[in-house]
Ligand binder design. Structure first.
Ligand code: GCU
Length: 604
């Protein structure tokens, strides 16, 4: 007994003090050697975090992560994951267990998985989570390996040293409680779906592996005979002299690059313009690209295009483009909770394409990779955003680092997606010096990570008198595209849209990142009767006519594709915890306003 106790004490000591083993994000994880850990996970709902804190609210050494089992009849262990109910992962607990529909708190997840000895011999094993909302602690074989916050971006953990041959156990404590210093903060107009919401994978990589890379097509004038494709890539180690073979077979481009002292490579590939098909909504051309290091080949499908602004125009491949968009929340149809699969992506994107969209605003947080890649295959451009939403704790450096981390991971995951054209750093944030400095730092930082895409944010109309709407925002100098939300006809000035004028004193393209109004599908009546399809239809008619007159209008993403769950929408019989501003109902039924927007986009 004394021996078991000492071993346990040593183990616990190790666990508590051990450093989190998160490593920089793996690029293109789905092309790696992976073992999917999706499926049934046991779960324990732990309202008072009994499994984490002792009754003095100190972090307990005997927490549920120990996965302890009674050794003797008199042993007292008051939890047993193997007897706990199961939940399909990835998912959100809110739609998987009706008792947890409104639940915000801690849930523990547990899963056993086998690792063959052959798999342990060489290389590294990274445990990859597509997303966990919101605050999670990860334990592998009782060792604490990571503490991650942020519910919408991936992270991966080096668990090589924790794994053993045969049965292994991963335990994840997930807490989705809202706090003012979080990102997003305490209040937001969407359902706070909790859980392990995206794929979980065990990824096998060599000891030395290609961590991430970035392809890009240099801008050039339209008549350029040759185009320059650039590539930068980095290994997980700062190791010089490593050879990476890079090829784009279809373009007969091949080079062998040698890493510098930082384990990085960068190079240019010159191609005849006539040989290169640029990615665009009309022809979403993707090229197979291959990178081989020590015999291990990483494949990807990459499109080449340029995106830039010129005055008040957005230019795709040097040509002005109008962004016929729609805003989308990452939510399944038919009340199904968080999207997490290719089929979910296909469902939502097909609805957007029925509208005639060539652009989607993935609001208000990075959506799953299936969504972004499926949109790329379908020629749909993407606005991707981090949840710096409403009134964030601007002066809290922890909050800033959290936002910065989410921005980093959003960019590192999707930097090779040709269809992603805009990084959005915020939505509807109140003006103040603290806010300006917070967002200004984020915008500048985003450009250091990626200066090939446009930066924007969803601003708000700042003043209106005598039907003249003004947009004054200090952030204009940090963004490439001036985007703002306006709800004329819904939250204000019903039926006044035809009289409205706009003052937007910036020589930049304008995107109306939100407009719209609610309607209950099937509820019909006079066009001035709130919640009827006729009211929403009329609002869209008036708004599209008004917006059409805005100088510099380069696109719009009306709010929103489909009705979506929100705890802020409590009007019984109409909202019933749904924001009803969809052009589709949650069941995918088209409301009358759908046809107004479809026709307008046909005219564009
Ligand atoms: C805001 C906000 C959305 C919200 C919408 C609404 O503009 O950005 O998240 O859902 O308005 O009120 O419906």
């Amino acid at each position: 007994m004394k021996r078991i106790l000492t071993t346990l004490l040593v183990l616990v000591a190790l666990t508590v003090t051990a450093q989190a083993d998160e490593v920089p994000l793996l690029g293109n994880v789905y092309a790696r050697q992976t073992t999917l850990l999706n499926g049934d996970w046991n779960y324990i709902v732990d309202v008072q975090e009994e499994g984490y804190y002792d009754y003095r609210m100190n972090v307990s050494r005997w927490g549920f992560f120990q996965n302890a089992k009674p050794q003797r009849p008199e042993d007292l262990i008051e939890y047993d994951f193997d007897k706990a109910p199961k939940m399909q992962i990835p998912s959100d607990w809110n739609t998987k267990d009706e008792k947890l529909f409104f639940y915000e708190g801690t849930v523990w997840f547990y899963r056993k998985f086998n690792v063959e000895s052959s798999k342990l011999k060489d290389g590294k094993k990274l445990l990859y989570f597509g997303a966990v909302n919101y605050d999670c602690h990860v334990y592998v074989n009782t060792k604490h390996v990571a503490h991650h916050i942020g519910g919408f971006t991936p992270f991966n953990i080096d668990v090589t040293d924790q794994l053993k041959e045969g049965e292994n156990v991963v335990i994840v404590k997930v807490d989705n409680k809202r706090h003012k210093d979080n990102v997003p903060t305490q209040i937001f107009d969407w359902w706070n779906y909790g859980g392990i919401t995206r794929d979980v994978m065990l990824v096998s990589v060599a000891g030395n592996y290609i961590e991430n890379y970035k392809w890009n097509l240099e801008k050039a004038d339209a008549k350029a005979k040759k185009r320059t494709i650039t590539l930068t890539a980095n290994l997980n180690k700062a190791e010089a002299g490593q050879q990476i073979e890079v090829s784009i077979p279809e373009l007969k481009l091949k080079q062998t690059l040698t890493t510098d002292a930082e384990g990085k490579v960068s190079s240019e590939f010159i191609v005849q313009s006539s040989k290169l098909t640029l990615w665009s909504p009309e022809s979403p051309k993707l090229y197979d690209v291959e990178m081989t290091l020590n015999g291990e080949t990483l494949k990807d499908q990459v499109g080449f295009r340029t995106i830039e602004t010129r005055g008040k125009q957005i230019l795709l491949n040097g040509n002005p483009v109008f962004l016929k968009g729609i805003s989308i929340h990452e939510e399944k149809v038919n009340g199904g909770g968080r999207c997490n699969s290719i089929n979910d992506a296909k469902t939502l994107l097909s609805m957007a394409q029925e509208l005639g969209c060539n652009f989607v605003r993935l609001a208000h947080y990075p959506h799953n990779e299936y969504m972004v890649r499926e949109a790329e295959r379908r020629g749909i451009m993407v606005w991707s955003e981090i949840p710096v939403y409403w009134t964030i704790s601007w002066t809290n450096e922890g909050t800033f680092n959290n936002a910065k981390r989410q921005l980093t991971d959003m960019i590192l995951r999707d930097q090779n997606r040709a269809n992603v054209i805009i990084w959005s750093i915020a939505n509807e944030t109140p003006h103040s010096n603290e806010r300006d400095s917070f967002l200004g730092r984020l915008a500048e930082y985003a450009r250091t990570l990626d200066n090939t895409r446009l930066i924007s944010m969803a601003m708000e109309v700042t003043g209106q008198s005598n039907y003249v709407n003004r947009l004054q925002d200090n952030m204009n100098k940090y963004v490439d595209v001036v985007s703002f939300n306006q709800y004329i006809g819904w939250y204000r000035d019903v039926n006044d849209a035809p009289k409205m004028k706009w003052e937007i004193p910036y020589e930049k393209p304008v995107i109306i990142s939100e407009f719209g109004g609610g309607a209950k599908y099937g509820y019909h009546g006079a066009k001035n009767q709130r919640w009827t399809e006729e009211f929403q239809e009329n609002l869209y008619k008036e708004n599209t006519a008004m917006i059409d007159k805005i100088d510099g209008l380069a696109g719009t993403t009306p709010w929103i594709l489909k009705d979506f769950r929100s705890p802020r929408r409590v009007l019984n019989g109409i909202q019933d915890y749904y924001n009803m501003k969809g052009l589709f109902s949650d069941k995918g039924e088209k409301k009358k306003a759908f046809y107004v927007l479809k026709d307008w986009y046909l005219s564009k």
